[in-house]
Design a protein. Structure first.
Lengths: 307, 564
């Protein structure tokens, strides 16, 4: 088990290095000169352009720039935002909280609703409950989160006035965005759980457990669910990473703070240090969540451990 | 029915019910308008406002102090430092936080009034400007306002460490500032730069507290400190900015009321998504919003509880820069025909539902130098356009596109995603209009960096930028020899001379006719083809009174109060 974990963790290092390389190259691979892009709108003098170049370290050879980038990144130094002059690491620190809250709440919605619908559908297979659950799931898969968000705003914030659109970004303001973000993933999770649970329930060892005299609840809880969950855990890990990206859209729609919003503004303002840092951050998050998924996978399924 | 068939039927029924409900909802909800990407520079253009007159009479004593203005805006600031920002929203905010040295008369844009400077003198060679400053002014942090503060303000802009952006362009050929005595300051330029006085009327060049700059260092970006009627209360990035009344304020301009502001608080809330912003307004969570989408504007206009305003902004309008160095736009006939062959109103009606205005001159209405006589220099006349091309040898080919000497009349219009041209829909309509003329427009859309680079290298026949700038020097940016923004690739020494003279003199009465002549030449030569004016599209509660607009066209809430 320990060896599995160690090997798995070690494998993330080349992945992270690769990611850091691509993030670094982003600035140089973009068409057009980065400094000209950043200064569009004013009529910059050659001296200004040269000064900004120097400030961004664009005059060093490429490999030196990369080494500087990585060595600074490891220490959490991503420089200053060109526009706000904030330390990039501070901007990220200030904004990661709301995004994690949103993504966490979204995951909560996805799992609670997804599990509920999925288990219900599986246990009451081929009844109207099954149909209703799966139709609800269909809406989740077919609706873009953006549109669902607008609908939620219209009905629950404007028409019914149950939720505010501005003001303190606490739990109350988190409800609608969490639903908008999580609903689609709830749908995917529901369908997956239903399919897996039905599949598992048809297995021979379930029949054995039942014939041994175990109660239905015990069979489902102890035997069926654990096995049905294995593919779902993998999906959840991937969902978390993809939800982080989806949070961008939801943050803009609901006017929430977060690194998604920060990223959008940074891109539009060509604030490269900020863009690089945030993209790197999201990528690292994704890699780590995948690592955690693999590890939990090993806990849940002994067959993997003993490979 | 077997269980299997029954559950399938239910599933189908359930799906139909849900779709029907959603379809019903879709009709009730206005279609979301895609968010436009912010322009790298926004140039507001000024046209006379609809709802409020350019001259705001000072509020009568009937205006009771108190109340909060909650302004839902689409763009969040990149920084609160006016000197380094690239976004117009920050300059708009600065209108209420800072005071300019010189004020523009709201009723007459050729007349200047005292601001923080009580009086000023311009040297005969237009290179030296001496200001006598008010003695009773303090910054928000208590620092006294004086000549030293003005000097430090300008020096900070010129300091490469600061990373000044639009402001450094405004200072032009700046050389130095000299403190003559505590309240007298002399600013020197290496070339005649009379335009300086006009540029001083906006907060781009407003004095900032040297103590604050010293104290905060790079964090000054979060702590703007000026002399204005409202000062920083709280700033939460990407959420809100709160300004509170400056109780010591008593140095407002003559056309506003005396004393401190009426409103207790001005709160800017950043709501980037159009539908969310409108929803927040209709819920009452904000009482004023900007950038109302065209389809929502109609609905809000019809509501008796709201007022809507189309406020013109200064600078250059949406304008075609026509590359005079690349065929076929190197031909005068082609350029002129493009201008004659347009029907701008059709696009305003079709695409902008009245939130834009047709505009026929290179400078916006609110900018010094614009004159209505310019509107008829290149009138819209499709038949004339066709004739001009015929006479120049461009005959209509079999496919409807004109040809000459084996070359097709094909133009490359370079755009970038998010500039609004394709998204709003104006691009394809222009293309269709010019097709009738026998001109074939090919769109090339690249990333903004590539497109700008291509414009710089002259790879385009057409581009369509717009600019926010409160001074007519923007015209020189667009057509002056050697300007980095001269995408027309024109080098016309006679035109350069007129523009240089117009920029040199400080007297607006002298500048205006020079700019009129320059604009006339630019139009007749087809270097630029103006299309639409840009406006702030605002909606507000009817009980908000006394909103004024800055020279560029941004709201100033000093005289504003909320009637009960």
């Amino acid at each position: 088990m320990g060896r599995f974990l160690a090997r798995r963790a070690l494998l993330t290092i080349p992945v992270l290095l690769g990611v850091s390389f691509f993030v670094f190259m982003m600035v140089h691979l973009l068409p057009g000169d980065p400094v000209t892009i950043m200064m569009f709108g004013a009529s910059p003098t050659p001296k200004q352009v040269a000064a900004l170049r120097e400030q961004m370290g664009l005059n060093d050879p490429l490999h030196i720039q990369y080494l500087k980038f990585v060595s600074k990144a490891v220490r959490g130094d991503f420089g200053r935002s060109i526009r706000s002059k904030h330390l990039v690491i501070n901007d990220i620190k200030d904004n990661i909280g709301p995004t994690l809250a949103l993504t966490g709440a979204g995951m909560l919605v996805a799992m609670v609703v997804g599990f509920a619908l999925g288990i219900l559908a599986a246990l009451r297979r081929n009844t109207w409950i099954d149909s209703a659950s799966m139709t609800l799931a269909l809406t989740g898969v077919s609706m873009p989160s953006f549109w669902l968000g607008i609908l939620l705003i219209y009905f629950f914030a404007v028409r019914l006035d149950w939720f505010p659109l501005t003001g303190d970004q606490g739990a109350v303001r988190l409800v609608l965005p969490a639903i908008a973000l999580g609903w689609g993933y709830a749908a995917i999770t529901a369908r997956l759980i239903r399919a897996n649970l039905i599949d598992v329930m048809g297995q021979e060892y379930i029949l054995t457990a039942r014939s041994k005299g175990l109660s239905r609840e015990s069979v489902i809880g102890r035997h069926a669910m654990k096995n049905a969950l294995i593919p779902v855990i993998t999906i959840i890990g991937l969902q978390f990473g993809s939800m982080l990206a989806g949070a961008v859209v939801i943050e803009v729609l609901f006017a929430r703070q977060g690194i998604g919003r920060l990223l959008v503004d940074a891109i539009l303002q060509r604030d490269f240090p900020l863009v690089q840092a945030i993209v790197l951050f999201i990528a690292v998050f994704y890699v780590i969540s995948n690592l955690l998924v693999d590890v939990s996978y090993a806990f849940l399924d002994p067959r993997i451990r003993y490979e | 029915m077997s269980p299997h068939v029954r559950s399938s039927a239910f599933r189908l029924l359930g799906l139909i019910v849900i779709l029907a409900v959603l379809a019903g909802c879709a009709q009730a909800i206005p279609a979301p308008v895609p968010t436009e990407a912010p322009k790298p520079t926004e140039a507001p253009q000024a046209a006379p406002t609809e709802a409020s007159s350019p001259s705001e009479a000072p509020m009568a004593a009937a205006c009771a102090p108190g109340g909060k203005l909650l302004y839902g805006t689409w763009q969040a600031p990149d920084t609160m430092d006016v000197q380094t920002t690239g976004l117009q929203i920050v300059i708009a905010m600065a209108e209420n936080i800072f005071d300019p040295l010189v004020r523009l008369d709201p009723t007459d844009n050729t007349k200047y009034l005292p601001g923080l400077a009580e009086s000023w003198e311009v040297s005969p060679d237009n290179k030296e400007f001496t200001f006598k400053l008010r003695k009773d002014v303090k910054f928000h942090d208590g620092t006294p306002f004086n000549a030293e503060a003005v000097k430090k303000t300008f020096e900070r802009i010129m300091d490469p460490e600061t990373g000044a952006f639009l402001t450094i362009t405004a200072l032009g050929p700046y050389e130095s500032t000299e403190v003559i005595d505590e309240y007298t300051v002399k600013v020197k330029f290496s070339k005649p730069y009379g335009a300086f006085i006009n540029l001083l009327t906006e907060p781009l060049l407003a004095p900032i507290s040297p103590t604050a700059v010293e104290k905060w260092g790079p964090e000054y970006a979060d702590h703007p400190t000026g002399t204005g009627p409202y000062m920083l209360g709280e700033y939460v990035k990407n959420d809100h900015l709160t300004l509170i009344r400056n109780p010591d304020y008593k140095w407002g301009p003559s056309f506003f009321h005396e004393g401190a502001g009426y409103l207790d608080e001005i709160k800017w809330l950043f709501l980037p998504e159009n539908s969310t912003r409108v929803a927040a307004f209709e819920k009452g969570e904000v009482n004023m919003i900007d950038r109302v989408p065209p389809d929502e504007l109609k609905r809000l206009k019809e509501n008796p509880d709201y007022a809507t305003v189309l406020q013109g902004l200064a600078g250059a309008p949406w304008i075609f820069v026509v590359n005079t160095a690349k065929p076929p736009t190197d031909e005068l006939a082609v350029r002129q025909a493009l201008a004659y062959g347009l029907n701008r109103q059709a696009i305003v009606d079709l695409v902008y539902s009245g939130t834009n205005e047709v505009h026929m001159a290179p400078l916006e209405k609110r900018t010094l130098g614009y004159d209505p006589s310019l509107d008829t220099v290149m009138p819209e006349d499709l038949e004339k356009a066709k004739k001009v091309l015929e006479d120049a040898g461009w005959k209509v080919g079999a496919d409807g596109i004109r040809e000459k000497d084996g070359n097709k009349l094909q133009l490359a219009w370079l755009v970038w995603p998010g500039d609004g041209i394709m998204e709003d829909g104006q691009g394809p309509v222009f293309q269709a209009q010019w097709k009738e003329l026998g001109v074939d427009i090919k769109f090339e859309s690249y990333d903004v960096g590539t497109t700008l680079g291509a414009w710089g290298e002259g790879k385009h026949n057409l581009g369509e930028p717009f600019f926010y700038w409160n001074d007519p020097t923007v015209l020189r940016f667009l057509v002056g020899t050697g300007s980095g923004l001269n995408w027309t690739k024109v080098s016309d020494p006679a035109l350069d001379k007129i523009l240089a003279d117009a920029e040199a003199t400080a007297d607006p009465v002298e500048r205006k006719p020079l700019y009129m002549e320059a604009q006339k030449q630019v139009l007749e030569n087809g270097y630029l083809i103006p299309t639409f004016g840009k406006s702030l599209v605002l909606a507000m509660d009817k009980n908000i009174d006394g909103i004024a607009y800055s020279p560029t066209g941004y709201p100033i809430w000093f005289d504003t109060c909320i009637k009960q």
